[in-house]
Design a protein around this ligand. Structure first.
Ligand code: AMP
Length: 485
């Protein structure tokens, strides 16, 4: 986003130049100032990179299938200390996952690693196990720094470290934004072995917390490095790279190998081994996936706009809650569409009834929650609309898999509000690609539609209330707004 803004500013300043080719004094002064500033910035940026090192050569390049059987059948084959094996057993990991089987031996041999693997592949343990094994022998504070792009991921990583290090007296901290700086400073003073952090907050501590330094760091991990770079953490990463030793081991984990990763790899890894786990969660090639950015109050309007666009096609609209499924079904019917709800609040007979209506073509729109859709034989449809973004990335794959089956083409569109961005980025990271953004309808179309839709929404809510009062279902409200997972 920031890059785009920079480009836009560049373009704007280009077009502001006099076309005659003769610069006036103001423009000349601006130009000189700009050049001086640019030079200064370049000079300031130069030491951010470590002392020049030869471009890294990937020593070995292995791509393993995530679902393939690995040669390594047990963690005992890695020659780990008993404390770690004990924790692995307690965590009920019976055998290494492919990314673990392929990367741990190289990591234990002291190599830098580039791991191309998604969340869910077991990548956290793939980097945590060799770090803990090395820590057992060294037992020094501030031994490892793990950088993650989001707070949630940072907490998850810390949990994995704590579980794997439970028998060896591991001290770890999670240093992320939104938490008290003083508390964190106190935690850092307790000399933890492993720090899991988001880049901005750990940079704050490096700059402001007296007595805290990473000059003895031995292991640096960048998890979801593609996202770390996507989210413009670049300046913070540069600051961190500047204050940690060049002599260290680095692990870089990423869902995809992008150009940015290639650059980062050159800056911070030495002769790494690259291990890639092929994407287990692939969507069909004939599926066209896209997203639409929607402001929260306009979600129904966008939905109705899309239903108009895809008039006559078979469509599944996925919602997260029973209430959304019911209300959206009523709303769309009020607006003249032929739709049926499918959710966990319906009895099995009702669900099958709804499904038959959809299958027979009496209704061309099915408004379903994930739970209701799972395990049912729903035919392939033309379009899948994610009215609500699923909280679980696998559910996304499952949903869009309802279209583009058996070689037929299909389309999926996700309505993404400002509140869904975090979830949505996680889905893109699992997919290993960015989805194109569909253009929004014009403001005029949207506003005209919005008036009608808003009125219908109010009526749908009123009808839902009536239905529930008639049903007099005491438990209904409790279960109603809960997510169906
Ligand atoms: P991650 O990709 O690190 O987010 O891990 C995904 C999930 O897989 C986590 O719940 C881990 O606890 C679990 N996991 C990691 N390694 C193994 C393993 N070898 N066997 C079974 N589960 C594992």
């Amino acid at each position: 986003m920031a890059h785009k803004m920079k480009d836009a500013t560049k373009k704007a300043s280009k077009s502001a130049r006099p076309s005659s080719g003769i610069l006036d004094t103001q423009a000349l002064a601006d130009k000189i100032r700009k050049n001086a500033l640019k030079k200064k910035q370049e000079q300031a940026a130069a030491p951010a990179l470590e002392p020049p090192i030869a471009p890294s050569v990937v020593l070995e390049d292995k791509v393993v299938d995530a679902s393939a059987e690995t040669a390594i059948q047990s963690f005992a084959e890695f020659d780990l200390i008993p404390e770690i094996l004990e924790s692995i057993q307690a965590m009920k990991f019976t055998k290494p996952t492919p990314i673990q089987a392929e990367s741990i031996p190289h990591a234990l041999a002291g190599k830098d690693i580039i791991g191309l693997a998604q969340t869910g592949s077991g990548k956290t343990a793939a980097f945590a196990i060799p770090i803990l094994q090395a820590l057992w022998h060294a037992k020094t504070p501030y031994f490892s720094l793990v950088l993650a792009p989001t707070r949630e991921l940072a907490f998850q990583i810390k949990e994995t470290f704590d579980a794997l290090g439970s028998s060896m007296g591991l001290r770890s901290v999670c240093i992320v934004g939104g938490m008290d700086m003083m508390d964190q400073a106190r935690d850092l003073m307790r000399k933890p072995h492993v720090i899991v952090a988001t880049p901005g907050r750990i940079t704050d501590h490096l700059e402001h917390t007296k007595g805290f330094s990473l000059k003895n760091l031995k292991y640096l991990v960048m998890d979801e490095a593609d996202r770390l770079l996507d989210m413009d953490f670049g300046p913070a990463l540069d600051k961190i790279l500047k204050v940690i030793p060049v002599e260290r081991t680095s692990y870089l984990f990423s869902a995809t190998m992008t150009n940015k990763i290639a650059k980062l790899q050159r800056a911070s890894l030495k002769n790494p081994v690259r291990v890639a786990v092929s994407n287990k969660y692939q969507t069909a090639d004939n599926l066209v996936q896209s997203m639409m950015l929607v402001s929260d109050g306009y979600k129904n309007t966008f939905l109705v706009h899309l239903l108009n666009e895809f008039m006559g096609k078979s469509i599944i609209v996925f919602t997260r809650t029973v209430a959304n499924s019911e209300r959206t079904a009523i709303l769309t019917r009020l607006l003249g569409f032929s739709s049926v709800p499918l959710n966990g609040q319906l009895s099995q007979t009702q669900r099958l009834g709804a499904l038959n209506k959809f299958k027979s073509g009496k209704a061309n729109i099915l408004i379903a929650t994930d739970v209701a859709a799972r395990g049912l034989d729903i035919p392939s449809v033309d379009v899948v609309i994610n009215y609500d973004i699923p909280t679980d990335s696998k559910a996304y794959i499952h949903r869009v898999g309802r279209t583009a089956r058996a070689g037929k083409s299909g389309k999926s569109i996700s309505l993404v509000t400002q509140y869904d961005l975090e979830l949505y980025l996680r889905i893109e990271s699992v997919l290993g690609k960015k989805l194109p953004k569909d253009p929004s309808p014009s403001k005029q179309v949207l506003n005209t539609l919005h008036v009608h839709v808003d009125r219908a929404v109010a009526e749908a809510i009123r009808q839902m209330k009536d239905i529930h009062e008639r049903r007099g279902n005491r438990n209904h409200r409790d279960n109603h707004d809960r997510e169906e997972r």
